[in-house]
Write a protein that binds this ligand. Structure first.
Ligand code: URP
Ligand code: ZN
Ligand code: ZN
Length: 463
């Protein structure tokens, strides 16, 4: 027996098991697992002594090369997937946006064009629907056939992305019939807009008013409404970027009733708070994204939600805009600050450090949150999201003891600041592989633009 690559002496970690084993790879797949696998004629041996061997991270919420707020997110599919790989993420699901009067296929084709020659890791798409007359409902099935079985809908951003309840309900009913998943941006955009206009009229233009005009109740109300609409439609619903305890309670209630309700949160809501928006000058603009940062006490509720499975996934909502020139577009008016923050690179280390390192949950739960459940919910399992014979060899040799201080000076994202500047993490990827190829080894990047594959995903079947 000869292998292309053998990862030796590591501790294999999946969502369910932790055990010492060598991992053998041939033709991009995992071909054998076990102790003392034969080394003869193996082309490359990677020693993982003292390290974990985990499935590659899956980030199901990114916005690369996205036009938004009068500018474009700063990472494209090359720089974004490269930064992701440095952080141990080997698959991402980005969003193809359908604009008014466009077909869903146009959105898909446009985003395929952005990604296909640039991505260094594998990628897939959700489709953002912003305009859904009855005549277009069948296009959702066309997307499912293309391997895009999930659709993001917005209850916020009136006049840009927001859909009314009737349209949301119709989309959900269609999703229920075709095995689709609805990903919901749950904030009451109408109410928020009224509060925003009042703030502006009162001369409240600083970045912190972005957060102060988007109350947690607006998120909780929309979350409850999304769950109710999904229940009536018989569809699964996945609440994206959940930021606060009020919304978490609504998800928990839905799940307690046995509904197929799921939710993700993001590292920014676990590590940052409203206090960060109070930094001097225009600094608060670095943290302008939606939903906004909340009071600090919400953080522990969210960590607990991850532990208790009230929350199932950690994604990043990576949507980077440079502080200079991009965030500065809103210097005199917080509504003109492009919404979004950079995070694709540090999800794994932040969640390992804060979750496993702080004793909040096990290393298996960590793998479940950042890789296995994302794969299961979004039709990629068992090709991705686990370590098993036959799965893609998307693997991370993870050093649980390596320490790092996050900084814009050393990160690989194409953005001039870090939301997590100065935060110390313990637990970092050493080697990152995509389908058996070494993408990252220490500080070296070996990936090439265009080598990432588009992943056709299967329909939703539950977790
Ligand atoms: O502020 C954010 N989250 N920007 C990206 C768009 C979205 O709503 O996910
Ligand atoms: Zn959103
Ligand atoms: Zn987003």
């Amino acid at each position: 027996m000869a292998f292309d690559t053998l990862i030796t002496n590591g501790i294999v970690v999946t969502a369910t098991d932790t055990y010492p084993a060598d991992v053998a790879i041939s033709d991009g797949k995992i071909t054998a697992l076990g102790q003392g696998l034969p080394r003869e004629n193996t082309t490359r041996i990677i020693d993982a002594k003292g390290k974990y061997v985990m499935p590659g991270g899956i980030d199901v919420h990114t916005h690369l090369d996205m036009p938004f707020g009068g500018t474009n997110s700063a990472d494209d599919f090359e720089t974004g997937t490269r930064a992701a790989a440095f952080g141990g993420t080997t698959t991402l699901i980005d969003f193809a946006i359908q604009y008014k009067d466009q077909s869903l296929r146009t959105a898909f084709d446009t985003w395929m064009q952005k990604a296909s020659s640039k991505a260094t890791t594998d990628y897939a798409f959700h489709c953002i629907i912003t305009d859904l007359p009855n005549a277009r409902l069948d296009e959702m099935n066309e997307m499912v056939r293309e391997g895009v079985p999930s659709f993001k809908l917005f209850m916020a951003y009136p006049g840009v992305f927001m859909l009314d309840d009737a349209t949301i309900f119709k989309a959900m009913r269609t999703a229920a019939k075709i095995g689709g998943m609805i990903c919901m941006h749950a904030e009451n955009g109408g109410a928020i807009d009224v509060i925003v206009q009042q703030a502006l009229a009162e001369g409240k233009t600083a970045p912190k008013y972005h957060a102060l005009t988007r109350p947690t109740t607006a998120e909780a109300e929309a979350t409850a409404r999304a769950i109710a609409l999904a229940e009536m439609a018989g569809a699964p619903v996945y609440i994206v970027h959940l930021s606060c305890n009020d919304a978490l309670e609504k998800v928990r209630e839905g799940r307690d009733r046995g509904l197929p309700v799921y939710a993700e949160t993001c590292p920014q809501y676990l590590y940052l708070s409203l206090d960060d928006m109070d930094k001097p000058g225009f600094e608060g603009a670095k943290y302008v994204f939606t939903p906004p940062l909340r009071e600090k006490w919400h953080q522990e509720k969210l960590w607990n939600g991850l532990k208790q499975d009230h929350l199932q996934v950690v994604s990043t909502d990576h949507c980077p805009f440079c502080f200079k020139e991009q965030k500065e577009m809103g210097k005199d008016d917080f509504t003109k600050i492009p919404n979004g923050g950079p995070g694709i690179e540090h999800r794994m280390s932040l969640i390992y450090s804060g979750g496993v390192g702080k004793g909040r949950f096990s290393v298996n739960r960590f793998v479940e949150l950042v890789s296995t459940t994302p794969a299961k919910l979004f039709g990629l399992y068992p090709r991705k999201g686990t370590i098993a014979v036959g799965s893609d060899a998307d693997l991370v040799v993870f050093d649980p003891d390596r320490e790092h201080t996050i900084s814009a000076k050393t990160h690989h994202m194409r953005v001039d600041y870090s939301m997590f500047e100065g935060i110390k993490v313990k637990g970092m990827p050493d080697v990152v592989m995509s389908r058996g190829r070494v993408l990252v080894q220490g500080e070296q990047f070996h990936g090439k633009p265009g080598q990432g594959n588009f992943l056709k995903r299967a329909t939703y079947t539950g977790v």
